[in-house]
Design a protein around this ligand. Sequence first.
Ligand code: C2E
Ligand code: SIN
Ligand code: SIN
Ligand code: SIN
Ligand code: FE
Ligand code: FE
Length: 404
Amino acid sequence: MKLLKQSDNYLSTIINDINSIHDLDQLLQRLLTEARAFTNSDAGSIYVRAGDRNLAIKYSQNATKEKTLQPGEKLIFSLFKIPIDDKTISGFSALKGKILNIPDMYNISKNKPYSHSRKYDELSGYKSISSLTIPLSTMAGEVFGVLQLINKKKLSGKIIKFTKRDERIARSFSAIAAMTLERAEMTHSLLNRMVQMTALRDPKETSAHANRVSSMAVEIYSYWAELHSIPSDQREKERDLLRLGSILHDVGKVGISDVILKKKGRLTDSERDIMKRHSFIGYQLFQNSYTKYELVAKEIALRHHENWDGSGYPGQIDLETGYFLYGKEVGLVGEDIPFFARIVSICDVYDALSHSRVYKDAWRQEDVIAEIKKMSGIKFDPQLVNIFFKVYTNIRKICKLYPD
Ligand code: C2E
Ligand code: SIN
Ligand code: SIN
Ligand code: SIN
Ligand code: FE
Ligand code: FE
C-alpha cells in the first residue's frame, strides 16, 4: 500500500466510483483499501454481525504481512469471532454504536470496560498498537458491523495515533459502506418478494416453471461461456444475473386477469393480445431500477417472447407507453434480441411444451425435441439450440429436480 497524502476532496471522486460498483465484495475491499490509504493505516478489517451475539471478520488487509507473502499466497486471517459486548474494542463499538480512537491498545486505562486481548495479536503474529474503530449502522440506526483501522504510520514507519481528521474520514467511509450494504440487502429482499409474489399468484405451475427455466438457462449459459473462454469471474457474475433474471421472466403475469391466465381452453385472439402484455408489464415492474440484477430481469421480462426471425413480441415499442412504434407489431430480429432473452426463450418453450398447462396436455418428449429443432433459426438462435442439445442430459435432470 502506498502511504500517500491525499486531499479530503478526493473522497467525492471515490464515492462516485463506488456507487457504480455493484459487486459487494469488491466494493467493501475497495472501501477498506481507500480508508486505509486516506488515514495511512498499515492494517484494517471489516467485521460484520454473525448472529445476534458475535462479530466475525469479513475482510482483512495488512500491508506489513502482505509483504512477507510468496507470490500467489494469500493472507490468512483467523476465523475467530468477537462477542458483541463491552469487553473488546470492536465489541464495545458495535454494542454502543460509538467510535473508539485508541492511541495504544497495550495501554488502555483500567477504568474502561474493554481491553485489548493479546491473544488476537499472538494468533495473527502482528502487533496492533493504534486503532480506530467505527460502527457500521443502517439508516434505522441498527449496528451490523464495524470498520477497524490499525496502526497509523508516519512516512518514517513510526506508528502514531489516529487524528480527528482520520475520524471524520473513517466516518464517511463507514457511512458509504453501510448505505451500500443496506441498498444491496433491500434489492435482494425486494427481488425475493417478487419471486414469491409470482408463485402465490399461480402456485400450480409458475414457481416450478420459473425454477426450471432459470436452471436450464444457466446450463446453456455455462456451456456457451466455456465455449467462448469467458473468464471465470465474469462467468460467475453473469450466471448469477441470469439465474435471478430468468426466474422472474413471467413476473408480468401478476398483471393479467385470472379469467385469462387460468382459462382451461385456448385463448381467443383478443384474450391473447391481453396475455401478451405480460412482457411489457414485467418490464414496467422494474422501472426506476438501477442494480444490475434488476436491469437484467427487466430485459428478460420484456424480450423473452421475441423470435429469431422477427415474428415475436412485443418488438419495437415505445418503452414509456408500450405502444407499437410503427402502429403494428414489429418484432426484434436475431442478435438485436438480448442474449439472455434468447437463452430464456428456448428454455421457456421447451418447458411449456414438456409439461401440462391448464390449457393443454404435456407433449411427448420426442415431439418437443422435434419442435425445438424445427424452430432453430426460425423462433430460436441456432447457435443456442445447438448448445441446448449439448446440455440436454442436464435439462432432463432439472425437470426431475423441480416437478410440477
Ligand atoms: P407458457 O405456458 O409458459 O408458454 C410459453 C411459450 O411456450 C408460449 O408463449 C409458446 O411460445 C410456447 N407454447 C406453449 N404451449 C404451446 C403449444 O401448445 N404449442 C406451441 N406451438 N407452443 C406453445 P406464448 O404463446 O407467447 O404464450 C405466453 C403465455 O400465454 C403462456 O406461457 C401461457 O401462460 C399463456 N397462454 C398462451 N396460450 C394460451 C392458451 O391457449 N390458453 C391459456 N389459458 N393460456 C395461454
Ligand atoms: C477488537 O476488540 O477490536 C479486537 C480484539 C482486541 O483487539 O482486543
Ligand atoms: C431496456 O432494458 O431499457 C430496453 C431493452 C430493450 O429494448 O430490449
Ligand atoms: C453477449 O454476450 O451479449 C453477446 C453474445 C452473443 O450475442 O452471442
Ligand atoms: Fe412469458
Ligand atoms: Fe414462461
